[in-house]
Design a protein around this ligand. Structure first.
Ligand code: 5GP
Ligand code: MG
Length: 188
């Protein structure tokens, strides 16, 4: 383990999901998705930046032709609570008409982000299929209900970092997912 990663690890309150557990679950999800979309080309739309590591691992394990589109959205704006505002560019920068689409995010929390993007895809394109995958789903009431087809792990309603997920830009390169120690300042 690199010194940088060891430093990040030591500033966590605890590890929730270790790297091997995440990798096993991602491989399971990839197999299920490949079965469900068998014989088709998958058009993935992923939300940056939190889902980056998850999508990179998931797509390499899906045994299907894949196209990748990214969207940058933000509802946290640097803190540990959703602001309730989802910012999205005016028009989607791709056309998904007649495609088999898998929308992927890192975490389902209030549901606002995925609901907003899903509504936009359905309003602007006519995909043949539209399914949703998340690595983590928080056990909490949703502000918007979103139909989610693939969930990696259900977790309690706590702020998590690692495996792509950040706190103020830090912790993304942790191979595990952990709970941030609220008393510990983010490491440079
Ligand atoms: P929602 O719109 O469902 O409330 O929030 C979803 C987005 O908030 C996710 O894409 C994710 O980027 C961010 N998010 C939600 N919970 C957490 C968390 O515990 N840690 C981090 N780093 N981001 C989170
Ligand atoms: Mg996000």
């Amino acid at each position: 383990m690199s010194e940088a990663v060891a430093g990040l690890l030591s500033s966590l309150e605890r590890v929730l999901l270790d790297a091997a557990t995440i990798q096993r679950r991602v491989a399971d999800m990839a197999r299920r998705i490949a079965d469900d979309f068998k014989g088709r080309e998958l058009s993935v739309v992923t939300l940056m930046d939190g889902a980056l590591f998850f999508v990179a691992d998931l797509l390499r394990a899906i045994d299907l032709p894949v196209r990748l589109h990214t969207l940058t959205v933000s509802s946290y704006h640097g803190g540990t609570k959703s602001t309730g505002r989802v910012q999205l560019a005016r028009a989607l920068p791709f056309d998904l008409t007649t495609r088999h689409v898998l929308l992927i995010d890192d975490i389902l929390d209030t549901g606002l982000t995925l609901a907003t993007v899903r509504d936009r895809i359905l309003a602007e394109c006519a995909p043949e299929t539209l399914r949703v995958a998340v690595l983590l789903s928080k056990r909490r009431p949703r502000e918007r209900e979103v139909p989610v087809d693939y969930v990696g792990f259900e977790i309690d309603d706590e702020f998590v970092v690692g495996y792509g997920m950040d706190y103020q830009g830090h912790y993304r390169n942790l191979p595990c997912i952990g709970i941030l120690n609220p008393l510990h300042p983010p490491r440079p």
